[in-house]
Every structure is written in structure tokens, then in C-alpha cells.
Design a binder for this molecule. Structure first.
Ligand SMILES: NC(=O)c1ccc[n+]([C@@H]2O[C@H](COP(=O)([O-])OP(=O)(O)OC[C@H]3O[C@@H](n4cnc5c(N)ncnc54)[C@H](OP(=O)(O)O)[C@@H]3O)[C@@H](O)[C@H]2O)c1
Length: 245
């Protein structure tokens, strides 16, 4: 975690799905550094333990909820165990790239179950309490793969542009009650994914490189905070300028 942080999320609880790895892990560190109590979600207990230890060593607060959000029961368990939250970061997701003919119906459904259905069910479950409080921030991690055509990314890109549609509709539904809903459309980031693909995609950006997870997490930290109090319904590219060209 960086040394100087604005503690602008003190007293708030943030649920970060898929916080055991990659972008979600960096987001969990960032929100904890801003003073939020973070509910770290994922499935891998060992990596979750490391995330919790690192947050606690840095003086932050976090706890772990383990569920598989590709299932209805898994989403329900997460909602029950997370409790009352102020910030929801829909980050957990899976990517699949390849010829469309190679992705069968079950594989297609699996992408939508984790990347679209789970965020939908989570927002439906958590937003009403945020509305009742008149305050909340919902951030989904989309991808530039939903905004530009990438060969091999048809189904994955479809899941990510779905988050854009959901975000705009949710902003219309919830922002009049004080709940901000935004999406970050990330460019390529060095995480668990294929590093050669990540580098190759990074080379096509205006900055000529892929991102580190912290470069996405910094923007999430801003959007989650009161400093972004007038930002809602936005699709924010954090992609090294790739979708500008
Ligand atoms: N990396 C990129 O270049 C990039 C670019 C644009 C957008 N994104 C988006 O950013 C998000 C994070 O990507 P990443 O690259 O950081 O991924 P990652 O390193 O593979 O991490 C994925 C995280 O999601 C969790 N997860 C996945 N499916 C889950 C399920 N069914 N139930 C519970 N947890 C689940 C994993 O938890 P466990 O391992 O503990 O199960 C893990 O914590 C995804 O939505 C992805 O589409 C990534």
C-alpha cells in the first residue's frame, strides 16, 4: 500500500468480489488504505489469508467470505455473510479468448454466470439498503474488450459490454436516491491471465504497455470516494488510451 492516503472511506464497509488475486486484490488494498473495512471475497483460502494479513499489517481492517458466485446459492451466501455494505466492487470475473466455434454453450453460460449474472444479483440484493441510507457506491470492472472488437473475445466482450448497460440502467434506477453506479473499462493488466497476450494488447495502447493492477485500483479508490460525488452512470476507460484510437 502507498504511504500517503486520504482516509476518505473511514467508517465504510466495502465488498470487493474476486479480491484474492489481480485487480481485486489491489482494489482491496487501496480501499483498506483509504480507511474502509474490506470484505475480501473469492474462493482461494490461502491467497485470501495473504490478502487479509497484508491489509492488517498495514493497519487496515478486512475479513474474508468464500463463495462461488457463479451459482445462485453462492451469491446468496455472499449477501448473507457480507452484511451491510456501503461500497460494492463487482470485480470477480473470468476471461476466455479463442475462436467462437471453440466455446460451447456451457462455456458461454459460465462466462455470463460469473461476469453478468452474479453482479446483477449482487446489485439487486445490496442496492435497496444503500437507497434506504441515501448513500452508496457501486463500481463494476468492465473491459475495453467490451468496447472494441477483439478477435477471440466475442463472448467475453459481450459479458463486459453487458456491465455497461447494467451500469447505466442502475444509475437511472438508484442514483436519484443517492447511490452512485459506475463502470471502469480496464485495458490489459498484468494479473493471472496469459502475460504474452497482456503484453501484446498493451503494446497496442497509446502508452505502449499493459497496466499494473494498482493503476486500476487507484481509479476505483477515487470513484468509491466522496471526491467523486458527482460521478454516476459513467463508463471510465482506464486503458492507456486504447479506446481513444
Ligand atoms: N487482467 C486484465 O487484463 C483485465 C482487463 C480488463 C478487465 N479485467 C476484469 O477485471 C476483473 C479481475 O480480473 P483479473 O485479471 O484481476 O483476474 P484474476 O487475477 O484471475 O482474479 C479473478 C478473481 O475473481 C475471483 N473469481 C473468479 N470467478 C469466481 C467465482 N465464480 N466465484 C468467486 N470468485 C471468483 C477469483 O477468486 P479465486 O481465485 O479465489 O476463486 C479471483 O479473486 C475481471 O472481471 C476481468 O474481466 C481484467
Amino acid at each position: 500500500m502507498s504511504e500517503i492516503q486520504t482516509k476518505d472511506l473511514e467508517g465504510q464497509v466495502a465488498l470487493v468480489t474476486g479480491a484474492t488475486s489481480g485487480i481485486g486484490r489491489a482494489v482491496a488494498f487501496q480501499l483498506a488504505a483509504q480507511g474502509a473495512t474490506v470484505v475480501v471475497h473469492g474462493r482461494d483460502v490461502d491467497r485470501a489469508t495473504q490478502v487479509l494479513e497484508e491489509i492488517e499489517l498495514s493497519g487496515g481492517q478486512a475479513r474474508f467470505v468464500a463463495t462461488d458466485i457463479s451459482t445462485t446459492d453462492g451469491v446468496r451466501k455472499l449477501v448473507d455473510e457480507a452484511g451491510d455494505i456501503d461500497i460494492l466492487v463487482n470485480n470477480a470475473g473470468v476471461a476466455w479468448f479463442g475462436p467462437s466455434v471453440d466455446l460451447d454453450a456451457d462455456g458461454f453460460d459460465a462466462l455470463f454466470d460469473s461476469n453478468v449474472r452474479a453482479p446483477y444479483l449482487l446489485v439487486a440484493a445490496f442496492a435497496p439498503a444503500m437507497v434506504a441510507k441515501g448513500n452508496g457506491s457501486i463500481i463494476s470492472i468492465s473491459s475495453m474488450a467490451g468496447l472494441v472488437g477483439l478477435a477471440g473475445g466475442a463472448a467475453y466482450g459481450a459479458t463486459k459490454i453487458s456491465l455497461v448497460g447494467l451500469t447505466r440502467a442502475w444509475a437511472a434506477e438508484y442514483s436519484p436516491s443517492g447511490v452512485r453506479v459506475n463502470t471502469i473499462a480496464s485495458g490489459p493488466v498484468y494479473t493471472a491471465s496469459d502475460p504474452a497476450r497482456t503484453k501484446a494488447t498493451g503494446d497496442t495502447t497509446l502508452l505502449g504497455r499493459a497496466a499494473q493492477p494498482e493503476e486500476i485500483a487507484n481509479v476505483v479508490g477515487f470513484i468509491a470516494s466522496p471526491r467523486a460525488s458527482y460521478v454516476t452512470g459513467a463508463v471510465i476507460p482506464v486503458d492507456g488510451g486504447r479506446t481513444a484510437i
